[in-house]
Ligand binder design. Structure first.
Ligand code: BG6
Length: 484
């Protein structure tokens, strides 16, 4: 199956933090891949900006190594890499200083889409915005891209929104949650709203419960200081898992347009009940023979932050009242596996009797790895000898269905950057959405902080603390196995 690539308009994209980790791992490799497919026009320019005093060629060498490390996979045509690298420029600017801004202005063209990627810490957003404004670089038509974390709590998120609003209109601000750029996440909308099959069943009458799991095998890596201040709740739940929940639970928007979609997501966040302490389990990974503990990873022996969290949520509206949503995410678990599982109720009556096996439809939307979907259905176990029922998956792997002829499943950043250039905000978070998510998160964190709750310990390579199992067991349910 061949996917159609529609080139975007030519653009000038300025990456602040152009020599940083995100630029190296995600932004530059994604641009190269889009260039390689023909979506990024050869007349576009990418301008790296950072404090470092380096030349255009040195920046190109940096980008070349980023492409080699993160973007090749069958795209190692040196001539094409060279053409891409020729589109790159570099300007040295200290965001708080005065030097370099004129050079940046003169390297931008008037007649192309102009975008600024703030791949820098939030403390630099304000000076950057001020300088762009004062030097007449960012007009009312430019776009800015902001990475997470968008604030640390409701108050800081509001401050950030207010500050940005002094310089930019909401239609110019692209707040990234890279989970929204994942292929399967968008497929969730396609499956729900592009088929007649699911929507009539997508409610408390037919759905027993929903499980959303984002499991990682990695630890906190070199980000200990940031992570320990955030914990899994701020790092993953407030943004990524919240977005997955919203797309799963929202009402059909009237159109697939940015505000219609974001309005519906916002309603879901606003319909969330506060989480009771008994419905929430936090964990911290202990050490094993090969792996050091969370406490050693973050260098804080007294840390009370969580590297794992599981919780039961209730969306209080007509559609979902009575159907719990169970969320869990954690680091150093037994597999890297993220999925949304919609577990349907049993048929009201079994004509085959109770001895014939389990019956239960589950729709699993796999985010990673092996992006795809499977729908578990009940069939007769083949062979003679009576009516025994078994469950089999109708299995669809996107890589198998669409990938064999070379169409690759685009990385989230590829899609999001191209959407931003096109001016499509559907897959970006609106300011009020981010604030609502913090507004729900803050009291939960405050609650456990006041009570001085300690996270439960769990072994690296496990599926989290035992207490997380009880969250479902006590209600006669069980978590799906975390497996690749
Ligand atoms: C980031 C978090 O936003 O998402 C990380 O800060 C996490 O802690 C990462 O590891 C997970 O992203 P992905 O795409 O690998 O699932």
């Amino acid at each position: 199956m061949v996917s159609r690539v529609i080139p975007v308009e030519p653009f000038d994209l300025v990456i602040f933090g152009g020599t940083g980790d995100l630029a190296r791992r995600k932004v530059l490799p994604s641009l190269y891949r889009r260039f390689w497919t023909g979506q990024m026009p050869a007349s576009s320019r990418v301008i790296g900006v950072s404090r470092k005093s380096i030349t255009d060629d040195m920046f190109r060498e940096f980008a070349h190594s980023a492409i080699r490390d993160f973007a090749l996979q069958g795209r190692d045509d040196e001539a094409r890499i060279e053409t891409f690298l020729r589109q790159l420029r570099y300007v040295s600017i200290d965001a708080t200083g005065e030097a370099g801004w004129d050079e940046l202005r003169s390297s931008l063209r008037p007649d192309v889409v102009r975008a600024f990627y703030f791949s820098v810490g939030p403390d630099v957003f304000i000076p950057l915005s001020e300088h762009l404004n004062r030097h007449g670089i960012a007009g009312r038509d430019c776009r800015i891209v902001i990475e997470k974390p968008f604030g640390h709590d409701l108050e800081s998120a509001r401050d950030l929104n207010r500050t940005l609003a002094q310089f930019f209109e909401e239609r110019q601000i692209y707040r990234i949650d890279h989970y929204l750029g994942k292929e399967t996440v968008q497929n969730l909308m396609a499956v729900r709203f592009g088929n007649i099959l699911f929507e009539p069943l997508w409610n408390a009458q037919f759905v027993d419960h929903i499980q959303i799991t984002v499991a990682e095998t990695v630890g906190v890596g070199g980000r200990g200081a940031y992570y320990d201040r955030a914990g899994a709740m701020r790092d993953m739940v407030q943004n990524h898992l919240m977005q997955l929940l919203c797309l799963t639970a929202m009402e059909p928007p009237s159109r697939f347009d940015p505000d219609a979609v974001r309005d519906e997501k916002l309603k879901v966040i606003r319909a969330l009940d506060p989480v009771l302490p008994a419905d929430l389990v936090r964990g911290q990974y202990a050490c094993s023979e090969e792996i050091q503990s969370y406490l050693s990873d973050v260098g804080n022996g007294n840390s009370l932050s969580e590297s794992f969290i599981a919780m039961k949520l209730q969306v209080s509206n007509w559609r979902w009242k009575g159907t719990p949503f169970y969320l869990r995410t954690g680091k150093r678990l037994n597999a890297r596996a993220s999925e949304i599982a919609v577990v349907f109720k049993d048929p009201p009556h079994s004509i085959f009797g109770d001895e014939t096996g389990r019956r239960g439809n589950v729709l699993v939307i796999r985010l990673q790895p092996n992006e795809g979907m499977n729908m578990w259905v009940t069939i007769k176990e083949p062979g003679p000898g009576g009516m025994r029922l078994i469950e089999v998956p109708l299995d669809m792997s996107f890589a198998k269905a669409f990938g064999d002829d070379g169409v690759h499943v685009a990385d989230a950043y590829e899609r999001l950057i191209m959407d931003m250039i096109r001016g499509n905000q559907t897959l970006f978070m609106r300011g009020d959405e981010v604030e609502a998510a913090w507004g729900w998160t803050d009291p939960i964190i405050e609650n456990w902080t006041i009570r001085g709750d300690r996270p439960h310990s769990y072994s690296p390579g496990s599926s989290g603390p035992d207490e997380a199992m009880s969250l479902l067991h006590r209600e006669g349910r069980q978590w799906r196995e975390i497996a690749e």
